[in-house]
Design a protein around this ligand. Structure first.
Ligand code: MN
Length: 288
């Protein structure tokens, strides 16, 4: 086994999302994507309370051609969609969706969180889909913390959301081989990961301070690994929360526009037209 080299440690950029400043580790000035991962947004905000749910979060919008995935770290996220799914996922859980040929969904803090106020912290990342599955029937999986397999020691707690690690399988269905994990390493803790050479691999730190294969990284950094080894050796200088996204590259042309990720400009034009014609479903949100 050989350690993966670190190509670069890249600090997140601040971006404005509808009046909220959030951290965007991907894309960044060096990488448009890390195939099959297209985008990572890390948002943490305070809800002031005494608000209606319809005043917070993101209302109905369509997607096609990829999987938008949300890891919930604090607070909750309620997903409603044009297939009738309506589920709140709390901290430690995941809202997983494969948009396939088209679905319309909303993503909001729950009515209770809007009313009571509090922190909502999430990471949303976009996983690309191989062309032959882009027009599949949409797939939705809400995943609680309890239903997410865990590897635990006194030093760390790691959850496997998709792919397989040490014989433990994550529940989410993917369309190309990948391994997606989220976890926490305590101060002075250490852990090794073994991940195939040919998987494109990144780690993003929500906070904390780590040594990774001999290189230092801190909160809001993205660590981009080379495809020249299979081992990641981590020791923590502080309590650190992280996500690890790793997968076989799809190696297809990506053409994206807003909430659609396809292969060609023609397919994007079709997506825009289909969404306008209501072919990606209609969502009438329910508010309590
Ligand atoms: Mn969305």
């Amino acid at each position: 086994m050989k350690n993966k080299s670190i190509k670069q440690v890249i600090a997140s950029q601040k971006v404005n999302m509808g009046g909220h400043i959030i951290d965007q580790p991907l894309p960044n000035k060096l990488m448009g994507q890390l195939d099959p991962f297209l985008l990572i947004h890390h948002a943490e905000w305070e809800l002031k309370g005494n608000q209606k749910q319809q005043e917070v979060g993101i209302g109905g919008h369509p997607h096609r051609g990829f999987s938008p995935v949300t890891f919930v770290f604090q607070g909750d996220v309620q997903h409603q969609d044009s297939f009738g799914n309506d589920v709140i996922v709390e901290a430690g859980g995941t809202q997983w969706m494969h948009a396939g040929k088209g679905i319309t969904h909303s993503e909001r803090p729950s009515a209770e969180l809007a009313l009571k106020g509090g922190t909502q912290e999430i990471i949303q990342f976009w996983v690309n889909t191989p062309s032959k599955h882009k027009m599949d029937v949409p797939y939705y999986l809400p995943l609680t913390e309890e239903k997410t397999p865990i590897i635990e020691s006194g030093d760390y707690k790691i959850q496997i959301v998709a792919g397989e690690y040490n014989g433990i399988k994550g529940p989410a269905k993917t369309f190309s081989p990948m391994l997606l994990m989220r976890g926490k390493i305590n101060t002075q803790g250490s852990i090794d990961f073994e991940i195939p050479n040919h998987y494109n691999t990144l780690i993003y730190l929500l906070d904390g301070d780590l040594e990774i294969n001999g290189t230092s990284a801190k909160g809001k950094d993205l660590i981009w690994f080379g495809n020249d080894g299979d081992r990641i050796d981590i020791s923590a200088n502080a309590d650190t929360r992280f996500i690890l996204l790793s997968g076989e590259p799809i190696n297809e042309k990506v053409t994206s526009y807003g909430p659609f990720v396809m292969n060609t400009q023609t397919e994007i034009m079709e997506a825009i037209r289909d969404a306008q014609m209501g072919k990606m479903g209609v969502l009438i949100e329910k508010f309590s």
